[in-house]
Ligand binder design. Structure first.
Ligand code: GDP
Ligand code: MG
Length: 174
C-alpha cells in the first residue's frame, strides 16, 4: 500500500502534537511516538499515512530542512489565538518552496493544508476566518479551523492532505 509522508509544522505551542495525537489515538494530550503511521480510508480507498510531528521551526532549523525533504505533504498549523504563529507559517511555506520547488514539476502542486487550531478559545481569537481563507486562496490550498481539545474538524484535515497527495500521483502518471 502506498505510504504518504506528511509533516505537521508550525511554531511551538500551536497544537501540532495535540492535533496529531487526536488524529492517531482519538485522545487529547497523551504520549505517543513522534513518527506515526495510521491506516485510514479516504473516499472508500485505504491508505497509510505517516505523520511527522515536528518540534517547531524556530527550534531546530536544520532538522526542519530534513523533515521537509522527507515529506510529500505539509500541514501548516498556527494558533487562532496567536498572531506570531500565523506569520510563522508564511516563513515555513517559503522554506518548503525553497527546498521542494527545484525537484518538483511545475504542474504538480506541493500538497498543503493550512490549519488554524484552538478554535474552542473563542474569546482569545486574534485571527479571523477570512484571513485564513484569504491566505489559502493566495496559496491555492485549503484551510481548516480545528480544535484538538474538542476534536473539531481534525479528521477532515488529514483526509484533505491524502486527497491532494493522490491527485499528485495521478498527475505524475500522466
Ligand atoms: P505543539 O508545540 O505545537 O506540539 O503544541 P502542543 O500540542 O504541545 O500544545 C501546546 C499547548 O496548547 C498545550 O498546552 C495544549 O494543551 C494546548 N492546545 C493544543 N491544542 C489545543 C486546542 O485545540 N485548544 C486548546 N484550548 N488548547 C490546545
Ligand atoms: Mg509538539
Amino acid at each position: 500500500m502506498r505510504v504518504f509522508q506528511c509533516a505537521v509544522m508550525g511554531s511551538g505551542g500551536v497544537g501540532k502534537s495535540a492535533i496529531t495525537v487526536r488524529f492517531m489515538n482519538g485522545s487529547y494530550l497523551e504520549w505517543y511516538d513522534p513518527t506515526n503511521r495510521k491506516q485510514l480510508s479516504v473516499d472508500d480507498q485505504p491508505c497509510l499515512l505517516e505523520i511527522l510531528d515536528t518540534a517547531g521551526i524556530d527550534q531546530y532549523l536544520t532538522l526542519n530542512d530534513m523533515f521537509i525533504r522527507e515529506s510529500e505533504g505539509f500541514i501548516l498549523v498556527f494558533s487562532l489565538c496567536q498572531r506570531d504563529s500565523f506569520d510563522e507559517i508564511i516563513r515555513t511555506r517559503e522554506a518548503i518552496q525553497r527546498i521542494k520547488s527545484p525537484e518538483m514539476n511545475q504542474d504538480v502542486p506541493i500538497p498543503l493544508v493550512i490549519v488554524g487550531n484552538k478554535s474552542d478559545l473563542l474569546d482569545e481569537r486574534e485571527i479571523d476566518s477570512t484571513e485564513g481563507e484569504k491566505l489559502a486562496l493566495n496559496w491555492n490550498c485549503t484551510y481548516y479551523e480545528t480544535s484538538a481539545r474538542t476534536a473539531s474538524n481534525i479528521v477532515p484535515v488529514f483526509e484533505d492532505i491524502v486527497r491532494q497527495l493522490r491527485r499528485n500521483d495521478l498527475i505524475k502518471k500522466q
